[in-house]
Structures are given as C-alpha cells and as structure tokens.
Design a protein around this ligand. Sequence first.
Ligand code: HEM
Ligand code: MG
Length: 323
Amino acid sequence: AQPLPPPISDTSSILVNDADHPFIPDQPSDLRGPCPGLNTLAAHGYLPRQGVVTPGQIITAVQEGFNMGYHFASFLCYSAFITDGNHLTNLMSIGANTTTKGQPTTGIDTHGHFEGDASLTRDDAYLGNNFMFNQTLFNAFNESAAQVGNGMITFEAAALDRAIRINDSIARNPEFSFETPRFLGAIAETGFFFAMFVNNQTVDNEKPLSLNDAESFFGNHEFPQGFYRRQGPYEFPMVKNVTYTFVDMIGVKPGNNNGVNNYVVNPEDPMTFCYFYQKQVNLTASLYPNPTGALKQAIKANLQTYYETLGDPTCEQYFPYGQ
Ligand code: HEM
Ligand code: MG
C-alpha cells in the first residue's frame, strides 16, 4: 500500500494540451477502458500511456490534467482501486485485466465493481461492450442538445441525456442494476464531463460543452486544441451539490430491473456517499474473504486510506478484517 501523494500546488486554469503532453493515438498494446477522463490522460501522457497505473499516478494526473479536486480524486481513485486494483503490486489497469511482470493486474472495466449500467457512451455489459465508445449511444447527446440546449450540452441537456440513457437501460436490459454505488457514480459522472471537459470551465460550471469537444473526449480520448483545464479544483462539496441537483432534476431513484420495463425502486437505498463507501468495502470483503500475510496488511491499509479520503467523520468506518 502507498501513502497518498501530495496535492498539486497550483490549481489555476492552465493550457494542458501542451507540447509536453502530445496526443498519441492508442497503440494496440495500450489498455483503455470505460472512463473518458483516464483514457484521455493516458493518451496525452499524463498517465503512463500503456494504461497500467498506480493510485498515486491517477490522483496526480487527474489534478494536473483536469483540476479534479485532490480530496475527491483520492476518494474516487480508491473507490475503484480497492475492488479493481492489485493490492500487492499497487497497479491497476484503466481497462481490461492484464499481466505485468508475471503478476495479474486487474482493471476498472470489471462489471459490477465500479463499472456499471446506463453509461453515457458505453453499452451495459448485458447488452454489449461495456468499455468501448458507442456512437449510437453518444447520439443521445445530439438529441438532448437539440431539444433543450440550442445545440450545446448545457446543464439541462446533460440531465436529459442522463435520463435518456437510464430509460434506455430500463427498456432493454432485463438485468439493469442501478443501486448505490452505481447510482451515485453514474449521476456524478454526468457532472464530471460538464465540470471538466469544458475548455477553461468557470468555478461555477457556467459554460456549456460543444458536441465536438464531447466527442473528442468520449470517442478519441483527445483534448481539444488549445484546451485549458477548469478554473479551480472540482472538489467534494461541489461534486455532491451537482450530483444531488441532477438527482432532483432527473427524478430517478436507485433500483433494479426485474425484467425489461419493470424498474423496481429500492426505498432502503439512502443515496449517500457514506453508503457508497460502505458498499465498496463490503464488495472488497466479498472479493477477498480470507486474505493472509502481506495481502491482508495491504488491503487493511488501503481500506484505511479509503475511509480517510471520504473526509466525513459522521460516516461510520467499517473493518471487515478487524481493527
Ligand atoms: C466513467 C473511473 C476520473 C470522467 C468512469 C468509469 C470508471 C471510472 C470505472 C466507468 C463507469 C461506467 O460508466 O460504467 C475513474 C477513476 C477516476 C476517474 C478511478 C480517478 C479519479 C475521471 C475524471 C473525469 C472522468 C478526472 C473527467 C475529467 C468520467 C465520465 C464517465 C466516467 C464522464 C462516464 C462515461 C460514460 O458514461 O460513458 N470513470 N474515473 N473520470 N468517468 Fe471516470
Ligand atoms: Mg458502464
């Protein structure tokens, strides 16, 4: 287990598509996955281009390239790493599972760990490929931008696109699963592209996203020409604020399909980040029912770091392997 890296010191808006970080199209041996943010950082060399990374590299890269806030970035990174990473080698793939120096390196496209249904531009695992860009799904952006955004992806258009994609999964995926953590993750991610894919986005997230720039990130993993990261970090309180604003706008509640077009809300799901953390810890405990030795020590240390990244002492801490 690694300690967290320090935060970056300058969080102003700077040119990030610069000479030191040229776009290189993905090579056959490069791993890419369901996250357009991480894919773009790897294709520009903010992350190792091959796509095999450590938590520290992710936390630093998302700040440098996108101005994702240090605390939220650490939380998000560990939300994925504890279930999708290799606790002994400290490595995680930003796409599929692979092998590094003879050791398994597990990846963030593992369905049901952090990756989940109703993605904006990737299919549900039940319906197809859960990590490759899908142009047909992306076209819901064109639809929503035309309907409510004057051709741009405004906040309203982003909410509409989010709703369209949820309704599509309800209509087509008999196994559609949309409880927390996926529920909060899917909705938070709608805020991510709005807050961080817009050139020189303001602290109040005022500017809309163009369809061209959206496709550049989601489809090509490429920063638009002359791209400046957002002004000021996108930090935990803002993430919560934006996420719950979308939740209210969309009006959907956490739940599951019981066959197509039969969405059953789970009224017990509290839709909180404490619960998000709790569910990821439970999943980790089920993936590693009986670790021993160095593995047990590493998982315990990573779970401790994960709790600390929540930054909310009112959330109960869980110790599946004892204190
Ligand atoms: C989706 C991981 C940072 C933007 C995802 C998904 C994963 C993931 C596993 C797939 C979820 C799904 O759709 O099923 C991470 C991790 C990060 C990170 C571990 C580390 C901090 C970022 C950043 C951005 C971003 C910095 C934007 C600048 C997005 C967006 C989606 C997404 C927009 C939704 C894609 C879609 O629905 O098609 N992320 N991500 N992520 N991520 Fe990231
Ligand atoms: Mg998905």
